[in-house]
Design a protein around this ligand. Structure first.
Ligand code: AHR
Length: 495
């Protein structure tokens, strides 16, 4: 395939927050995941040093917390201060010790070097509880909550810039679900109170690609919002843990742009596309497995099955290729997509799996390493002549999708010469090649690749099939065909 690049036609400068992450009080993400006081691998504050090191390596820009469904019944005041009493988490039907709360979260963000992004309880919570949280985090010392923060050991404000109101309150299963009429007014009044505490915060609110929900939200609260939050999972595993095979996952890539296109269209129609950006603040190819959470009577039925999220064999090159296609989509839309948060970052279906002796970096971790550390920060126009296509059978629906075999985005740097092209080969079996324009003859070229020996390759304890490898430096010659291996994620750097 021939690729034509015009580095003068700029799509936009990507916000680094498109490489954001999410962590929830669910299963082993927090307790027994990143936060494990007493582990020989943890630091003086109880955080796993190996996890922090891995997060710093992919330069996590922003970390959304504490949920997710969890947040819709969470009361933040129960998890700050010297006296912490356990709560019963009604979202996930487990006891939360509350030993990890706002102050521990902020400490973790400081250790990682990322911005905090707090999702508030718009389920059972109130505008007052949300705005009290902003007081606790962002006021110098005015009022009881800022003074409480100081009493708890943080003399200076936590300075949390990013806040979202609610999590999926449009879903019937969410605690404190709302109608579209209720939602617009609740967000309006909550946003008003939160902004009265700190007008500098950037607010988002739970939304989706539903016109009526979003119109009502934006009509009532649009003036307060800088972001609109959307979520997507493509391989629904909530009730049955039957991960889709590689080809089915490639079929899912057909619908990748749908949500962004719909939300972009609505923001534009309402004249808000310059004021409000999209925060894709939960995304993952695979939905989390938590069956019968609202019906099962025994822990064997609803709690133990959650361990299946930890099966590392689930996370193959399908997850890596899909994640790369998603990040390419964010780059193509970086004029309006300003944040995206992989759901989640540690354990469950995350980038990093923890165990008592160390961590496993799953296939998707290496994709973030590749994009964060090897791609440019300015997305530019790229045009493929005669792009190859492939059929992908969705074995869960029986339908066959025709998809592009290659998914390509070109970038350059804002502060130095050169270009970086992310080139994903979705084809499970065939090599595809890329030919650049003659103008690139004589340029030094190097290909960095994330791949494994098969589409179903995965990493596990004592098993590293997938890694990020640097190819030999070459000098590009006119007509040279750059080889993209089957089921591979590549960044081609030209200097
Ligand atoms: O499956 C986990 C849940 O997915 C998150 O808690 C929620 O935000 C999303 O529906």
């Amino acid at each position: 395939m021939k690729l034509r690049i015009n580095t003068d036609r700029i799509i936009g400068k990507r916000d680094p927050m498109i490489y954001g992450q999410f962590i929830e009080h669910f299963h082993r993400q927090i307790y027994g995941g990143v936060y494990e006081p007493g582990s020989p691998l943890s630091d003086e504050d109880g955080f796993r040093r190996d996890v922090l090191d891995a997060l710093r390596k992919i330069r996590v820009p922003v970390l959304r917390w504490p949920g997710g469904c969890f947040v819709s019944a969470y009361h933040w005041k129960e998890a700050v201060g010297r006296e912490r009493k356990p709560s019963f988490d009604k979202a996930w039907r487990v006891e939360d010790p509350n030993t990890f709360g706002t102050d521990e979260y902020i400490k973790m963000c400081r250790k990682i070097g990322c911005a905090p992004y707090i999702c508030t309880n718009a389920g059972s919570g109130s505008a007052e509880e949300m705005s009290d949280w902003v007081e606790y985090c962002n006021l110098e010392n005015e009022g009881r909550y800022a003074k409480w923060r100081i009493e708890n050991g943080s003399a200076t404000p936590h300075a949390v810039r990013y806040w979202s109101i609610g999590n999926e309150n449009y879903l019937g299963g969410e605690i404190g679900a709302k109608t579209k009429e209720e939602w617009g007014r609740l967000v309006e009044e909550s946003a008003k109170m939160m902004k009265r505490v700190d007008p500098s915060i950037e607010l988002s609110a739970a939304a989706l690609s539903d016109v009526e929900w979003n119109v009502n939200l934006l009509k009532h609260a649009g003036r307060f919002l800088r972001w609109i939050s959307v979520h997507s999972y493509w391989d629904g595993l909530w009730q049955e843990n039957a991960p889709a095979d590689y080809e089915t996952c490639m079929a899912y890539t057909k619908t990748l742009p749908d949500t962004i296109q719909k939300v972009r269209g609505l923001l534009t129609a309402m004249g808000l596309e310059k004021q409000i950006r999209i925060a894709y603040d939960e995304w993952n190819l695979r939905g989390w497995h938590h069956p019968k959470v609202d019906t099962a009577l025994t822990e064997e039925e609803y709690l133990q099955p959650r361990d299946k999220n930890d099966l590392n064999a689930t996370y193959t090159m399908a997850d890596a290729v899909f994640a790369a296609c998603f990040l390419n989509m964010c780059l193509r839309n970086c004029d309006i997509v300003g944040m995206a948060n992989y759901a989640p970052v540690v354990n469950t279906r995350g980038l990093i799996f923890t165990h008592p002796e160390g961590i496993v970096l799953r296939s998707t971790y290496h994709v973030f390493d590749l994009f964060v550390n090897y791609m440019g920060d300015v997305a530019v126009d790229g045009f493929a002549e005669d792009p190859p296509v492939m059929n992908a059978l969705n074995r869960k629906t029986g339908e066959t999708a025709m998809v592009d075999a290659l998914d390509i985005v070109a970038t350059r740097w804002s502060d130095r010469d050169g270009i970086a092209i992310s080139a994903v080969n979705k084809d499970p079996a065939s090599v595809h090649t890329l030919v650049l324009e003659p103008a690139y003859a004589g340029h030094r070229v190097r290909i960095f690749t994330v791949n494994g020996p098969s589409p179903d390759a995965f990493n596990d304890i004592g098993r590293e099939e997938i890694s990020l490898c640097a190819g030999e430096p070459l000098v590009y010659e006119e007509g040279m065909e750059l080889r993209l291996a089957p089921h591979s994620v590549n960044v081609i750097q030209l200097s």
